[in-house]
Design a protein around this ligand. Structure first.
Ligand SMILES: C[S@@+](CC[C@H](N)C(=O)[O-])C[C@H]1O[C@@H](n2cnc3c(N)ncnc32)[C@H](O)[C@@H]1O
Length: 260
């Protein structure tokens, strides 16, 4: 291979690395704000409240997670409501749904879409890692559409699990969507370099393998091993019932329960 071709390939690789290091220089709060600015865009609000998407209902994975609980009514807290896709289906099934989102316009659209569909949901504007809901208030808490992966750092996810645990009644179910990618191809050298960049820039000291800015638009932590997720859920005080993760599909889910 000619020296010029080698140099060109090195430049491309370096460019990719520099771009991917953006995730390490932001602190956890910046990462959440980075995602918030993305979802706040008019196109995004429009996209997630589009009638075709909203009327598409629950995905196969979502139906499978719900079926595993055997529940068909009760108070259900949905985190990451968007334009109301899951919330409306769940309200039609008979659940009393409260939907949370950090974008006020998404919450408004979800409520309006629910009315159009002849059901009512309650919408609240909150950031899910700082969830502030009453104790023992819900039969089911659902972190929909891979939302568990939207929260940066294991510590912050742990704090969120405590808040979710607190608002679930004893015996209540926790359905947790996350992004699954066992093939995340990051060598330990790259992880070390990103950690170094985080420290040098006083950025995300808790950068971990699987952290990325997905399509350079929003923060995501992709889980690469069952044991990683299992440990977080159990540490959060939940009894793990099932992990539904398929290597062909990046959307995966956990069914867990708050012990009686
Ligand atoms: C991928 S969209 C999914 C919307 C809806 N669940 C669906 O599947 O149609 C994620 C939604 O979660 C919201 N969201 C993302 N991160 C959040 C956070 N940290 N706190 C609250 N809402 C968040 C976004 O504003 C967006 O509406």
């Amino acid at each position: 291979m000619s020296t010029r071709i080698r140099a060109a390939k090195l430049l491309i690789k370096t460019g990719r690395f520099i771009q991917s290091a953006a995730v390490a220089i932001m602190r956890p709060q910046d990462l959440i704000e980075f995602s918030r600015q993305y979802y706040l865009k008019q196109d995004n609000v429009q996209g997630w409240s589009d009638a075709q998407l909203v009327n598409s209902g629950l995905s196969t994975l979502e139906r499978s997670l719900l079926n595993k609980t055997g529940a068909n009514h009760g108070r259900l807290l949905l985190l990451g409501v968007g334009g109301g896709r899951e919330a409306i289906s769940l309200a039609k099934l008979g659940f009393e749904v409260t939907g949370i989102d950090f974008i006020p316009q998404m919450v408004e659209r979800a409520e309006a879409n629910a009315r159009k569909n002849g059901v009512g949901i309650v919408g609240l504007v909150q950031e899910i890692s700082q969830l502030d809901m009453p104790e023992n208030a819900y039969d089911i808490v659902w972190l929909s559409a891979a939302m568990y992966s939207c929260v940066p750092t294991r510590k912050r996810r742990g704090d969120m699990l405590k808040r979710i645990h607190n608002t679930l009644r004893p015996g209540g179910y926790f359905l947790c969507g996350f992004l699954w990618n066992p093939r995340v191809d990051v060598s330990s050298k790259i992880v070390f370099l990103k950690k170094l960049i985080a420290w040098l820039t006083l950025g995300n000291f808790h950068y971990e393998k699987g952290d990325m800015l997905r399509f350079n638009l929003e923060f995501i932590h992709a889980f690469t091993a069952h044991k990683e997720l299992k440990a977080e859920i159990i540490q959060g005080g939940f009894e793990l019932i099932d992990i539904q993760a398929n290597d062909e599909n990046e959307f995966a889910g956990v069914i867990a329960r708050k012990p009686f």
